[in-house]
Design a protein around this ligand. Structure first.
Ligand code: CA
Length: 644
């Protein structure tokens, strides 16, 4: 074994480096020397670096003092080849791997010095982002690594990043037709002990430890720092090869706690917001909130996003509680990402989980989306209008008989201003909040709260399985024919359930896992989801991607009975038309009728020669029959789609 010769050079910069210029390049490795830098207060009494032989060493092989080389910047250069050695920083608050470790040992306690090029899988330099012209073309599939593969019998790596490289996984996703996978937190988080993976502990992972390293629990060996990095890249590569983009769920808005966080251990109190009376503010609902408005927190987020794009080829970001972040930071991120690739999609939760210590009008809230061009937010309007409010699982929505038509219209139009949407009757918003439809995520369920089947069972007493399936498909028809960007929770295509658990963030696999037997049990459900996705992908009318085009081509039809002399509106039926070759579609006019009532409905539509492509839970673009004239019947609790 080669003996390591370590020497310390005190790197005194000739001029003062402004902290704001610091790009969080905490470790710069060459075979000759490694330079360590840390953003820590100038007033710190002492900042130390400890070097370790391996990840679980208790005793440091070397301790090095960092020197103040600029305002709030501490530096040390250590001579010799430090590859594969581990390190921690210590400024008196406990050892940590800094805030921007790029490789870590087990449980992320120590950083590791790697040559990242060594972690590239075969073909990585040829890896390309799948082409997507507009976010309107995306079909997003939100998944958790364990949910997806843990119960899959033929998975070679159940619950791991590598599961997504396996033929069964890729072929399922391709057949379903989704083209973007949004993976729940996949950076290193704290709630699963990586030294006890055999316990099969489950967590969503909204408790970040190291923001810029993949989670060890999803790798085949959390002790070997290169393994999780390489396997993550293999996953991205396999998905890219299949034409599927990878979107990362990023949780910059809070840390698990303050005391033990890498932020607090390197620069106490800098990264968090406080209230006027000096308490830590809790806009995340998790005990703290970060301060994106402070220059170095903003810089941290910018560098982190760029790093995931450049090093891991990530194609999009979903910002957890985006309403905690300030608008300026989000716009700065959009600008930086545009400089790399403007097709990288950014969206987030346009709300917070508590009051933030920052002016509401300057936060990344849904109501402020119009101030954040190129950034989208989830529409709770269409979600809750369809299935009922977040606050009460037992209350149903439009699919269960509530009058929420106007909110659904708002969602179908993509949250933009549309002359036929009466904003006084929309559930949560007084005015349209999107400038463009690509700023709205259309969905009816996600990992949070109940999945769709559980929600239907909880909110519609005595619902039969047939009725449940009908309403499930009806709800998703609204989602996938919306001009917003469609988004679905993984497993909905298998009629998944979570046994009624509302918040399954740490429920066992038995609650969260997908039951792949459902593919055989409910083949019609999978076929319908697949059909909806294909219909959307084949027909640009459903994804116009532009507010003016929507106002021109999307028309909500007066829903009336064929026998009525004046408009006699049947309850719980809505209809819209995408007219005049919308988006240069092959089909001249497309009519979508959604019937939430338990009765078949006779309706009058504009006179024409129509081909039916969706009826009674079946979708076939080649046609399921024809309708000539202006009278038709829509089956109970189902969608009818036709074109002429
Ligand atoms: Ca971890």
């Amino acid at each position: 074994m080669k003996r390591l010769i370590i020497a310390t050079i005190l790197t005194m910069a000739a001029t003062t480096i402004q902290a704001q210029d610091f790009n969080f390049d905490e470790v710069t490795y060459t075979p000759q020397a490694t330079t360590f830098k840390l953003f820590a207060p100038s007033e710190a009494r002492r900042v130390q670096l400890r070097l370790y032989k391996d990840g679980d060493s208790q005793k440091a092989m070397k301790t090095v003092k960092l020197q103040k080389t600029g305002q709030d910047l501490w530096t040390a250069t250590v001579k010799g080849d430090l590859k594969d050695r581990f390190y921690t920083f210590d400024m008196g608050r406990g050892e940590c791997p800094g805030v921007f470790a790029k490789a870590v040992g087990v449980n992320g306690r120590k950083g590791c010095i790697l040559d990242l090029k060594d972690t590239d899988p075969d073909g990585w330099t040829e890896d390309r982002r799948p082409v997507t012209k507009s976010p309107a073309d995306l079909v997003i599939y939100e998944m958790h690594h364990r949910d997806f593969s843990i119960a899959r019998k033929d998975a070679a790596h159940p619950g791991k990043f590598l599961a997504l490289t396996e033929p069964w996984a890729i072929s399922h996703l391709k057949e379903l037709g989704v083209n973007a996978i949004h993976i729940l937190p996949s950076y290193d988080y704290g709630s699963v002990d990586e030294t006890r993976l055999a316990d099969n502990k489950y967590n969503w992972g909204y408790d970040p430890v190291n923001y810029n390293v993949p989670e060890g629990g999803y790798s085949t060996d959390p002790y070997q720092p290169a393994v999780r990095i390489r396997e993550f890249k293999q996953m991205v590569k396999a998905l890219h090869d299949a034409g599927i983009r990878v979107i990362l769920d990023v949780v910059y808005n809070h840390t698990y706690d303050i005391e033990h966080s890498n932020f607090q251990r390197t620069y106490p109190d800098y990264f968090y917001r406080k209230t006027a009376d000096g308490q830590y503010s809790n806009g995340s609902g998790c005990g703290n909130e970060t301060a994106s408005d402070k220059p170095m927190m903003r810089q941290f987020m910018l560098e982190s996003v760029k790093y995931w794009i450049n090093e891991y080829h990530i194609d999009g970001f979903r910002f957890d509680l985006m309403g905690v972040h300030d608008i300026e930071t989000m716009n700065e991120i959009r600008k930086a990402v545009d400089a790399i690739d403007p097709t990288i999609f950014i969206y987030g939760e346009g709300w917070s989980a508590g009051a933030c210590a920052y002016p509401l009008e300057q936060l990344g809230m849904k109501a402020n989306i119009y101030k954040m061009p190129g950034i989208a937010a989830f529409s709770d309007e269409i979600r809750d209008a369809l299935r009922g409010p977040f606050s009460d699982d037992t209350v149903t929505g439009w699919i269960g008989g509530k009058d929420e038509i106007e909110s659904i219209k708002f969602g179908i139009a993509g949250a933009i201003a549309h002359p036929q949407v009466d904003m006084t009757k929309v559930n949560y918003s007084q005015k349209p909040w999107a400038l463009e439809p690509t700023q709205m995520i259309s969905y009816v369920s996600c990992h949070d709260d109940m999945c769709l089947t559980d929600r239907l069972r909880a909110s519609i007493p005595g619902i039969t399985e047939e009725e449940l399936i009908r309403l499930d498909l009806l709800a998703q028809t609204a989602v996938f024919t919306s001009q917003g960007v469609p988004f679905m929770l993984s497993g909905e295509e298998l009629l998944r359930d979570k046994k009624g658990v509302h918040n399954s963030f740490e429920s066992p696999d038995s609650i969260n896992h997908l039951d792949w037997n459902n593919l055989q049990r409910y083949p019609q459900v999978f076929q319908y989801y697949k059909g909806l996705i294909q219909l959307r992908k084949h027909h640009p009318a459903f994804r116009l991607g532009n507010a003016d085009l929507i106002r021109k081509h999307l028309e909500f039809l007066p829903v009336k009975r064929p026998t009525a002399r004046r408009i006699d509106q049947p309850e719980h039926v809505m209809a819209f038309r995408l007219k005049n070759y919308a988006g240069r579609d092959d089909w001249r006019d497309i009519i979508v009728i959604l019937n939430a009532s338990r009765e078949a409905q006779d309706l009058a539509i504009p006179k024409g020669n129509y081909t039916v492509v969706c009826r009674d839970g079946l979708i076939d673009e080649r046609g399921l029959g024809t309708i000539v004239g202006s009278k038709l019947t829509v089956s109970p609790q189902s969608a009818l789609i036709l074109h002429n």
